[in-house]
Design a protein around this ligand. Sequence first.
Ligand SMILES: Nc1ncnc2c1ncn2[C@@H]1O[C@H](COP(=O)(O)OP(=O)(O)OP(=O)(O)O)[C@@H](O)[C@H]1O
Length: 275
Amino acid sequence: MIEFEQVTKQFEDGTLAVSGVDLVIPSHQVTVLVGSSGSGKTTLLRMINRMVEPTSGTVSIDAENVADLNPVALRRRIGYVMQSAGLLPHRRVLENIVTVPRLNGMSRSEAAELGLSLMDTVGLDRDLAERYPSQLSGGQQQRVGVARGLAVDPNILLMDEPFGAVDPIVRADLQNELFRLQGALGKTVVFVTHDIEEAFLLGDQVVILERGGVIAQQGSPTDILAAPASEFVADFIGADRGRRALRLEQREGACVVVDGNGRPAGVLSEDATPS
Ligand SMILES: Nc1ncnc2c1ncn2[C@@H]1O[C@H](COP(=O)(O)OP(=O)(O)OP(=O)(O)O)[C@@H](O)[C@H]1O
């Protein structure tokens, strides 16, 4: 469990990025921090692995204050995946994936074996192992980034807009892959995005942030959709625009679900059992 207690971050130029945040991030679940640009998502994320230090308050992992932990050791046991993958351009795919295990002293042959099995895990063809990042598609680069994030078998995986730079089809692919991976690996994932659809798709818990790093609402997607806590939240999730106001229409003998714009969203199944 990761816990923020009364966490505030004011940068040296006076910018108040995060303000009095109390937040519990449960283990083995996906928590998504979502908000518009500048709402403090990245700052919050980076306080978990001490890339940013809070001005006041505490961040703890399993009841241990991260301020008491060695930052380098901390970063080597927490996976970090960022937008545009952040790969080392002059290192081959396999080397990129196992950078941290190698720094931790793993032998070259053991690391190579680990790297190849991680390529399988994230759905990358092993034939790509000797390529350089520039020889990969954007989606493939992101998969390498995720494999690298998993390379130290971390309990915690921090993901900062990891799918922000790829086209919508590849993005949907990567989202599904993360969903599958999370089902299999059960990591504690903290995921940053500005896209509420992505947040609702991936998050067990969704934390909506307002400008100045203030939590507007937190809860499951269902809870937030059912009862937006404020006008800001209703506006942010699109509830007020009728986009999510689904209704049923009878068409051709079937019960069709239609969205607020009149577009069919699906068919109401007779069988109400979730699959
Ligand atoms: N090193 C810094 N020095 C001064 N201000 C900073 C610094 N880093 C971030 N900020 C400011 O803090 C606020 C929060 O930034 P942060 O990057 O956490 O937001 P974000 O929600 O992740 O935004 P984005 O979606 O654009 O990445 C912004 O106003 C930003 O300009």
